[in-house]
Design a protein around this ligand. Structure first.
Ligand code: AHG
Ligand code: MN
Ligand code: MN
Length: 319
């Protein structure tokens, strides 16, 4: 049996980076515990306040954000944090080397119905810059030192990369350790499964309308094969399915709110998921370039997302 600590040793992950990742994992175990207690821990329902993105926060969005923030601020290697649920970056320790960027609770609409949610994290170098300044955080996804998610489902899983492939760990409820359960995951290059929120169809650009139209045509259309569809409404769950059995996931640009090109956020969702997908041999694009090549202008910036099985994403991009 190999724990996440053994894998850090095997990969010679630098000690300070291990400390930063472990701080995220410590918080995630507490979130997993609260989720298991469910209604008994008073975490369900709305917090009746909005975040900086104008979304109504769930109680657990706020609780998990505070848990991560408190633990990370107390971790000496962390220079600062940026979170989907914080208006501004939060500086932590002057001598810290890392910026920890996170979506504390992904898939919030699933909390109250007892369906999969997750925590997504991304670690960037602080390069000695001022962690109270937004500009310090505006690095492309290629600068990430580590990225991953913790998925709270029937089991609690950690899926992580430090740039040496993607490993999957399962939280042992008895020992509270993340145990390696799949080493070096890879994404199948072809697929017959897609994920997109079809209710937004009329707001999409023509190219994506055409591509999804052809997916729906199945073996009778020009793609020549029948496709199945899934939508869990939690990116963590969609990416996890793709890492397991391939697929294509899209949250494309749409015209609902012109100021927000797509729903998903570049730094909290797009970049960490893209690093995992690329490390597992898949592709991740905003429709024009690799998401990790996008140079961020704001920490809360949105990005259109098309990711998954390499050949299928290439097919989509031809449209
Ligand atoms: P969050 O809960 O962090 O706001 O993210 C939810 C995101 C993503 O996880 C998911 O793919 C998508 O929103 C679901 O969107 P719809 O509500 O349009 O289905
Ligand atoms: Mn999210
Ligand atoms: Mn969230």
């Amino acid at each position: 049996m190999q724990t996440v600590e053994h894998i850090f040793e095997k990969n010679q992950t630098p000690k300070p980076l291990v400390l930063a990742i472990n701080a995220v994992l410590e918080a995630s175990k507490e979130i997993a515990f609260l989720l298991q207690k469910g209604a008994m821990s008073g975490i369900l329902g709305s917090a009746e306040q909005e975040n900086v993105q104008g979304e109504t926060q769930k109680k657990l969005d706020v609780i998990s954000n505070d848990l991560l923030k408190d633990i990370l601020k107390a971790c000496p290697v962390v220079a600062g944090i940026a979170s989907e649920e914080e208006d501004l970056p939060v500086p932590a320790n002057k001598d810290g080397e890392f910026l920890v960027i996170f979506d504390p609770l992904d898939g919030s609409s699933n909390i109250d119905i007892n369906v999969t949610v997750g925590t997504i994290f991304s670690i960037l170098p602080s390069n000695g810059n001022d962690a109270s300044q937004e500009s310090t955080y505006l690095q492309s996804g290629r600068e990430q030192l580590a990225a991953g998610y913790v998925l709270y489902g029937p089991s609690t899983l950690l899926v992580m990369t430090t740039g040496q492939g993607v490993d999957v760990f399962t939280l042992d409820p008895e020992t509270q350790e993340f145990v390696l359960t799949e080493s070096q995951s890879t994404i199948t290059p072809t697929t017959q499964e897609f994920a997109i929120n079809m209710s937004n169809q009329r707001f999409w650009a023509e190219s994506i309308q055409n591509y999804v139209g052809d997916l729906l045509q199945g073996e009778e259309g020009k793609l020549g094969k029948r496709y199945n569809m899934r939508w869990v409404a939690a990116m963590v769950a969609e990416v996890h399915r793709i890492i397991n059995r391939g697929g294509i996931f899209m949250y494309p640009w749409d015209s609902r709110e012109p100021a927000k090109p797509g729903k998903l956020r570049l730094m909290y969702e797009g970049n960490p998921m893209s690093m995992l997908v690329e490390q597992a041999g898949g592709l991740s694009s905003n429709g024009k370039i690799a998401i990790m090549d996008v140079v961020p202008e704001h920490i809360h910036q949105r990005v259109p997302v098309i990711l998954g099985s390499k050949q299928e994403v290439e097919t989509a991009l031809k449209y």
